[in-house]
Design a protein around this ligand. Sequence first.
Ligand code: GAL
Length: 347
Amino acid sequence: MIQRLWMISVIFILVGCQTPPEPIHDEEIEPVQSLSVDDITVGLSMDTLIEERWQKDRDMFSEAVQELGADIIVKAANGNDALQIAQAERMISDGVDVLVLVPHNAEAAATIVGRAQAAGIPVISYDRLVKNANVDLYISFDNEEVGRLQAEAMLKAVPSGQYVYIGGASTDNNAHLMREGVYEVLKPHIDAGRIQVVYDEWTDAWKPSEAKANMLEALSANDHDIDAVIAANDATAGGVIEALKEAGIEQTIPIVGQDAELQGITRLIDDQQLMTVYKSIKALTQKAAEVAIKLAKDEPLETSHLINNGKKDVPTIFLTPVSVTKETIKETVIDDGFHSHESIYLE
Ligand code: GAL
């Protein structure tokens, strides 16, 4: 009995002590301080630095982020998914404020996005889209347009005949978009019987050596009767040219590429390549740095598109690729500072 009385009194005391909470006045709520830019660290997780353009992406993006006053950590995974995941996890546990991700494998990288989201770190899919993941923003070039530009340039030079398509890496969502753009333009000509695509293969990890092996296979499967080659980028176009040399093919078969690499530009001048596609890495990296810092500061973003990645409609910023031929090198890659006149014309 005494015990129960004692209990009741204790309850009363506890309840009685609980004075009703004071109403909180607005001026007492600490506004969530958005990060000041010099407190921000941007993490850049890259697939590879093998291709020339990725070295420029790394350098120009790092510069743009630092010019805006933030810090940056960069890791490249040499095409190794497990390494990319481990590197990104390290950046997440080190507390980067935003993660900028160039996935090696569009599907496998979803793991990274999940980990970052769990840590409250926003993720930007840079140049390549991460599939089936809760990405905050996707920024790239219109990659279908890359394919359209390549096919249009080739059709002008070779309106009918046997075509070879040397695709990019099937793990890279861009390679699928570029291929769609190529076929969108070629289809009416294929349906009309003017064009036959006699060989079409992905290139493992975008490797020039793989592109060379595929081109040798295409040549032998078609008794060397090939009129045109659309290669997904300049590096794979280089592999195609090696294959033609090895097969002893003297006459120049029209080839188009992408990325406006120095080797690609030089081949335009030597009439060994018909065209390449230029994507202003300067414009991409400046825009990406700007939006990365806005995302870290939780500020609103202006986007141009919504792209579904299998999980959601991802807010997207698209930049426009341009075609480059021997005649337009100056007003494209030189005027934009991508290559110097000296480096191209070796003065
Ligand atoms: C693609 C990119 C191309 C090309 C390729 C090889 O995703 O859009 O510009 O460089 O990767 O790394």
